[in-house]
Design a binder for this molecule. Sequence first.
Ligand SMILES: NC(=O)c1ccc[n+]([C@@H]2O[C@H](COP(=O)([O-])OP(=O)(O)OC[C@H]3O[C@@H](n4cnc5c(N)ncnc54)[C@H](O)[C@@H]3O)[C@@H](O)[C@H]2O)c1
Length: 398
Amino acid sequence: MGINEPLNRKLRMALVGGGQGSFIGRVHSIAACLDNRAVLTAGALSSNPERAKSSAPDYGIEDSRAYTSYQELIESELALPEDQRIDFVSIATPNHVHFEVAQAAVKAGFNVVCDKPMTYDLAQAEQLLETVQNSDVVFALSHNYTGYPLVRQARAMVLAGELGEINAIRSRYIQGWLRDSIESDDQKQAAWRTDPTKSGAAGAFGDIGTHAYNLGRFMTGLLPEQISCHLKTYVPGRRLDDYGTAVIRYENGALGTVTASQISHGRHCGLEIEIDGTKGSLTWHQENPNEMSFRRNGKAHQILVPPPEPEYQDRMGAGVCRLPAGHPEAFFEAFANIYIGAFDDMVKRAAGQPFDGRDSIYTNCYDGVEGMYFIQQCVASSGQDAAWVPLRHEAARR
Ligand SMILES: NC(=O)c1ccc[n+]([C@@H]2O[C@H](COP(=O)([O-])OP(=O)(O)OC[C@H]3O[C@@H](n4cnc5c(N)ncnc54)[C@H](O)[C@@H]3O)[C@@H](O)[C@H]2O)c1
């Protein structure tokens, strides 16, 4: 079978962000190219024009395609013949830059893979969704944890009714790296994440609370109704929350909790979720992503491992496990699973075939709007001593 049939070529990628000293841009470049379906061709890698240029050889990007700004990237790529031009733009900049890059890329007709949270605020997210809806581009949002095989299996099990009626979702993302004020020492990743002009209205809740919330939504498909949230800032002088807990009322009466912490000693990326249904309960932890516990009273506990059982495979997205059982796959591969879902649709688009940009297996612009609404409503509730506020946005999908 050819690469990306019927296109029969690799998709050409541009990366915005990911310059020297940065974090997630490198992950995007590896994840996108893992399955030999894309090649990193161009980039505007840094906000610093010199670093944007000097970072390009680290990625094997030719100097002629190493741009000093995203504006130059889009303009210059549009001027190239179609058979050389990029197909998609991946956005790995701090949050406040996502919107302008994504808007410009979509308006220029390029597909987009944007990191989370999707924008700086809800108004930008809604505007971006409108732009995407008025275009024919593919738009993926890298809520990468939804790419894990067992996370997708959990979703398939819940939707198939194997847990019964869902009563409770406990989701938390616990880190400890911001226990001290490392932003005062200008630590790059800490500096913008604790700056309300760059991060957005929330700190820990915007950065990792959105992942925890999205995971519960993805695994259960339950639509939310209301939220009550307490955000706290424990590190003196910090301008955004570094800890918080929210309670969510779901449509069917289920209760959810989301806790996010950046101040817990010794914790790294403790994203953990438990789902209780009337027939069974599930637990999954991203630091041990290849085991999921499935428990039913009176029966032996089961530890589920990838690859998924055949009955789940058709609902998980093709190719989400790349290796025979027992060879651990993890962060890069899950990230790549967002990409391969988006690539399938990019290929369809290029071939003039229809694709479903709303109910996609990969997280998308609709999920991005919901994430921004979640942040806005958490901050609003917390500002009113954890009053209940609405959480259902019309963009929410099951
Ligand atoms: N999905 C995940 O698991 C995950 C993990 C980490 C970060 N993120 C998200 O990824 C984004 C980046 O986070 P990070 O930790 O990699 O940040 P970072 O500070 O390490 O890197 C940001 C990069 O963007 C560049 N940049 C800033 N403005 C730019 C502009 N106008 N044009 C081009 N480049 C520009 C910076 O120079 C830097 O190279 C954030 O939105 C964050 O929330 C997601």
